[in-house]
Each structure stands twice: as C-alpha cells, then as structure tokens.
Design a binder for this molecule. Structure first.
Ligand SMILES: [Zn+2]
Length: 103
C-alpha cells in the first residue's frame, strides 16, 4: 500500500513524501520520522523549520535533521536509522549550536 505524508515546514516550504510497503504496519514504520514530527520547535516553539541532510567529512555518514530556523535558537532534531535499515525514527530535540555572540 501507499501512504502519502504532507507536512508544512514553514511559511514557504511544504514537503510531500510517498511511502510504499506491503502493509499498513510497514508504511507507518517507514514514514515514522515524518509522522511523529509535530512541526514545532521544542525550545522556542517556533514553527519555522528546515529539513536538511548533512554528510560528515570523514566517513560520509548522512544525518537528516529538522532544524529550527530561529537564529536565536537553532535547535535540531535528528532522525536515527533503525539497525535493520528499515526506516527512521525521530530523536529528541537538541539545543542548537550558537556561533559566538552570546551576551
Ligand atoms: Zn527553536
């Protein structure tokens, strides 16, 4: 079956993803990391969120994460991959890295 997930990340961006699997259990597992996301930053309650994938320099690991676009906040929420490689889950929000300018 097919499961279509549409989510609004911020004013300008809306993503739509289609997941395929043999049954509801599997497609919900596949789509889990998007379904679980409530669209709000846990720290600043902002709704201006970006979705990005970073690739590490050393080993080329990929990290997909939601990032709060509030410059004062920059919190992020990574997706972790299940060990068997069948889908992703959402990790808790982490405090963002703030470059210099802390007063
Ligand atoms: Zn935030």
């Amino acid at each position: 079956m097919e499961l279509k997930v549409k989510m609004k990340l911020n004013e300008k961006t809306e993503v739509e993803a289609i997941f395929n699997g043999p049954n509801l259990q599997d497609v919900v597992l596949e789509a889990g990391s998007l379904l679980a996301f409530d669209g709000v930053c846990a720290f600043c309650k902002g709704e201006d969120i970006a979705l990005q994938t970073r690739v590490t320099k050393e080993k080329g690991f990929k990290y997909t994460e939601f990032v709060c676009r509030n410059p004062e906040c920059r919190a992020k929420r990574q997706m972790g991959e299940y060990k068997d490689g069948k889908g992703f889950f959402l990790k808790p929000w982490e405090v963002g890295y703030k470059p210099e300018a802390e007063q």
